[in-house]
Design a protein around this ligand. Structure first.
Ligand code: F6P
Length: 554
């Protein structure tokens, strides 16, 4: 039976037991000593794939650790699971669906059947539909109601219908097509809407209503507000189709909103929202950087897909990073993982990876409905460096938690300013170095004495200057962000998340946990906006409703 039909309990496997014993044996492992004893450590624990260079030598591992982690991956059936993922098996077991985001970047020649039908021709038909639209917008052929070309694109969407496109279109600003600006409207906060439309002219704006379900409250409310704004600005009903298109798997709802059939770009239920930037959800990306660059993005992801399917696990980037996360989460008690891009263009990657990782692996029930026997998805957090050094790196260096970190840094800048890039790169490396080496008590004392402090001051201050060190990190280096490299990077994280879901026996592709809050929101809204004799289920919610009603009385 497939892994998703009869998930193993990894904690019962010999490899898990071996790792547990190995963890005890690693109690006194230090990275200082590991590097001192092994001059080959950097080359041994680094690799290149799809033009990404990974240095994972600053991890709390030995060659034996890597072997044991790979053994666990094998005993959990990861090889079969990877095959099942790419072959379109029903890996999204609770919804009975495949998860085929990898099909979106596959050559049309590589046949892939879903329910007996080869989906590749349709995938590439949609790519052609995107190409045609992008061409008409960029050439100025697509005109608004006042016969002016489109200058501004507004993507109305949230979650996976927003974060991936925003990450990629803003990471690839150096590839932006002149004359078209991309904006994102996601939240149901009137201030976001107000601040955005203040920059726009309805006659030259195209709204893309991006919603797989076409049923997401925030998106529908924003789409309605955008339509009202368009009409109030002088747009006409009969020209609405020139200013509103949609990306959705729910054609009926999109047409009911007023989107013309030919302006609806399809999505499929076998692509999850957080995995959908490669689909027509990526229209804002294509409009921002052009279709040829969008296809380069797809090619980069495809290259990583090939690596993930073929590289031996010891040399497999998503497997190595995924298993390191299992090592720290399940054997070292790590509860979170920091993503630290030292690149202004990658500033939004943490937000996308939060949804990708936490909405995929934030689960506590396995495929078969049984409770998990281990910790699962970590909290993903972080932000752009060097800014984080002046915000939260204190906790990384001297806090009480073990927080593994991924540093991501380009080796070349698109915008050289004096020696800024040298300092940016130097800071990235020195932060991971400081996490690893730390500063001992004797080093702290010697430093204070060298400054001429009296011994009682030395003894008073020294404990505060000790840096524990021995804190793990990975460093991903790329030449500089490009469509191809970014495609590979995002795909690498998609597969890392999948690897971990297989080890934990959980479904990475559903998200039942978000439904309850949405349902309760409707009840709270009703109580806030109309009289309801029944009090809310709890006094806190009712008290807060009363507070709102009191302020908005009359
Ligand atoms: O948060 C739940 C969720 O369904 C995400 O998985 C999804 O990316 C987002 O809401 C938006 O969904 P839709 O694209 O259907 O509007």
């Amino acid at each position: 039976m497939a892994y998703y039909q009869n998930p193993l309990d990894a904690t019962t496997l010999p490899a898990w037991q071996a790792l547990s014993e190995h963890r005890d044996a690693m109690q006194n492992f230090t990275l200082r000593q590991a590097f001192a004893e092994d001059s080959q450590r950097f080359s041994e624990f680094s690799m290149t794939s799809s033009s990404l260079f990974l240095d994972y030598s600053k991890n709390l591992i030995s060659r034996e650790t890597r072997t044991l982690l790979v053994n666990l991956a094998r005993e959990c059936g990861l090889e079969q699971a990877i095959r099942a993922l790419f072959d379109g098996e029903l890996v999204n077991s609770s919804e009975g669906r495949p998860a085929l985001h990898t099909a979106l970047r596959r050559p049309v020649s590589e046949r892939l059947a879903v329910n007996g039908v080869n989906v590749m021709p349709e995938v590439h038909r949609v790519l052609n539909q995107m190409t045609e639209l992008v061409g008409r917008i960029h050439s100025g052929m697509w005109r608004g109601y006042s016969e002016k070309p489109i200058t501004d694109i507004v993507n109305i969407g949230i979650g996976g219908s927003f974060l991936g496109p925003q990450l990629v279109s803003e990471a690839l600003l150096p590839f932006a097509q002149k004359g078209v600006s991309c904006h994102y409207l996601a939240n149901i906060d009137g201030s976001e809407f107000h601040e955005l439309v203040g920059k726009l002219r309805a006659e030259t704006t195209l709204f893309i209503v991006s919603s797989k379900t076409f049923g997401t409250l925030e998106t529908l409310k924003n789409a309605q507000a955008a339509r009202a704004w368009y009409l109030a600005q002088g747009g006409s009903e009969e020209s609405l189709h020139r200013h509103f298109i949609a990306v959705s798997s729910n054609r009926e709802a999109a047409q009911a909103f007023g989107i013309r059939a030919e302006n609806i770009f399809p999505m499929w239920d076998w692509v999850g929202g957080r995995y959908s930037l490669w689909s027509a959800i990526g229209l804002p990306i294509a409009l921002a950087i052009g279709m040829s660059n969008f296809k380069e993005l797809l090619s980069g992801a495809y290259s990583m897909d090939q690596h993930f399917q073929s590289a031996p696990f010891e040399r497999n980037m998503p497997v190595i990073l995924g298993m390191l996360g299992v090592w720290y989460g399940n054997f070292w008690g790590a509860q979170s993982h920091a993503i630290l891009p030292y690149d202004h263009y990658l500033r939004n990657i943490t937000k996308h990876l939060q949804q990708l990782d936490m909405e995929s692996n934030g689960k506590s029930v396995r495929h078969d409905g049984s409770a998990v026997g281990t910790d699962t998805g970590p909290v993903i957090w972080g932000g752009v460096g060097c800014n984080g050094q002046h915000a939260y790196h204190q906790l990384l260096h001297q806090g009480t938690q073990l927080i593994p970190a991924d540093f991501i840094v380009p080796v070349v800048s698109y915008n050289p300013v004096a020696d800024h890039h040298q300092w940016l790169y130097a800071n990235c490396l020195s932060q991971s170095q400081a996490l690893m080496l730390g500063k001992t008590r004797s080093e702290a004392e010697a430093e204070l004495r060298a400054k001429g402090l009296l011994e009682d001051e030395v003894q008073r201050l020294a404990p505060h200057k000790v840096i524990p060190g021995n804190r793990p990190s990975n460093t991903l280096v790329l030449e500089r962000v490009s469509p191809r490299r970014l495609g590979a990077l995002v795909a690498m994280y998609e597969h890392k998340v999948f690897v971990q879901s297989v080890i934990w026996g959980i479904n990475a592709f559903d998200q039942w946990g978000v439904e309850l809050g949405k349902e309760m929101g409707k009840n709270v809204y009703q109580r806030m906006t109309s009289w309801d004799p029944e009090p809310a289920e709890d006094a806190s919610t009712q008290g807060l409703i009363d507070y709102f009603r009191g302020r908005h009385r009359g």
